[in-house]
Design a protein around this ligand. Structure first.
Ligand code: NDP
Length: 314
């Protein structure tokens, strides 16, 4: 008999019930339990758990855990909370999530490409003025991060006629994408891109990667979309770059502090669109199917799905 698999989350009751029900449907031979209801004597029997923003102390009481499957794609918080524990973290890799993210990326790229940010301002000023049209093939879009989400977004942009550059830690080769890496590759992307899209995980290396120096590299009319993690961008440096006309506009879905505090000047900034972390929400049905598939494979022969490299931080 397999050990029970707890679902350890910060979900509200409705969300928790929904996920429990989907996981039980997908894994009928497993005992999927609500972590909050598991007794202290049962917790040490669990070897794996399914998690979403678990409380650090709640997770620590599962003393025999070998690995956890996150319901999220971004796992920097979980990595921080489980540092030095030896626990392996499997993150969500979901093609549907990549499709949703690439749709968001395309939506907001088109918004900026067709100058909607400028026309919205003109409307509020009752200003009737057209801007010279730029063909997509003459618009360079730079995608920072060419992973599960970055690659599919870059390809979707290329399919829609944009000239696309992409930047990653290791050098990649992707048809129709100008792949770059390293410091000089980053500089090239920042200098050449009219629209810069951030899809990098938050790690020690990417924290405040887009700082004052780097935010002064793009052309003045360039714009930024950050859909990965707020702290990849230095918020104060971004506000300063926007105020000093070094950057024309920013579409932000993620912030250094979430929810964005009411006191944040980003809310009312005339050159910022604030979104409440919705560019690619986890889709419960597809996420649970993927988690179930990985757990079934593990039960078959003990092979762990590919897990997060702690040294890289993603
Ligand atoms: P992946 O791990 O698949 O890809 C990460 C990419 O970033 C890789 O191309 C990697 O390079 C590159 N990278 C990492 N570190 C560096 C570095 N120091 N320098 C240059 N490139 C680097 O991540 P995903 O695409 O799945 O997800 C990206 C992030 O999106 C998540 O970490 C999460 O924070 C965020 N996210 C946001 C959501 C939202 O709704 N706003 C929803 C889901 C995720 P290489 O290819 O060489 O390894």
């Amino acid at each position: 008999m397999n050990s029970p698999i707890p679902l350890i989350t910060n979900f509200n009751t409705r969300e928790q019930t929904r996920y429990l029900s989907l996981l039980r449907q997908s894994l009928p031979n497993e005992k999927i339990v609500d972590g909050a209801t598991l007794s202290d004597s049962e917790k040490p029997k669990c070897e794996l758990a399914i998690v979403a923003n678990p409380d650090k102390n709640a997770l620590a009481s599962y003393t025999s855990l070998k690995w956890v499957h996150s319901l999220w794609a971004g796992i920097e918080g979980l990595l921080r909370d489980t540092a030095n524990s030896g626990l392996k973290i499997v993150r969500l890799i979901d093609p549907t999530l990549a499709e949703v993210m690439s749709e968001s990326v395309l939506t907001w790229t088109l918004f900026l490409h067709r100058n909607m940010h400028i026309y919205a301002k003109q409307q509020s000023d009752r200003n009737w003025q057209s801007i010279a049209h730029c063909l997509a093939k003459n618009r360079t879009v730079g995608v920072l991060g060419l992973g599960e989400l970055g690659k599919s977004s870059a390809l979707r942009l290329a399919d829609n006629g944009f000239k696309v550059l992409g930047w990653s830690r290791t050098q990649q080769s992707i048809a129709n994408i100008g792949c770059l890496s390293g410091e000089s590759g980053l500089n090239t992307l920042l200098k050449q891109s009219h629209i810069i899209i951030c899809l990098l995980p938050l790690t020690k290396e990417t924290f405040h990667l887009l700082n004052a120096d780097r935010l002064s590299m793009p052309a003045q009319s360039s714009t930024l979309i950050n859909f990965s993690r707020g702290a990849v961008v230095d918020t104060q440096a971004l506000i300063s770059a926007l105020n000093k006309d070094k950057l024309a506009y920013a579409v932000l879905d993620v912030f250094e502090q979430e929810p964005l505090p009411p006191s944040s000047e980003l809310w009312m900034h005339p050159k910022v669109t604030v979104l409440p972390h919705i560019s690619a929400p986890t889709l419960p049905e597809s996420a649970c199917e993927i988690v179930a598939k990985n757990i079934r494979a593990y039960r078959q022969d003990g092979t762990l799905p590919s897990y997060v490299d702690i040294t890289k931080g993603y």
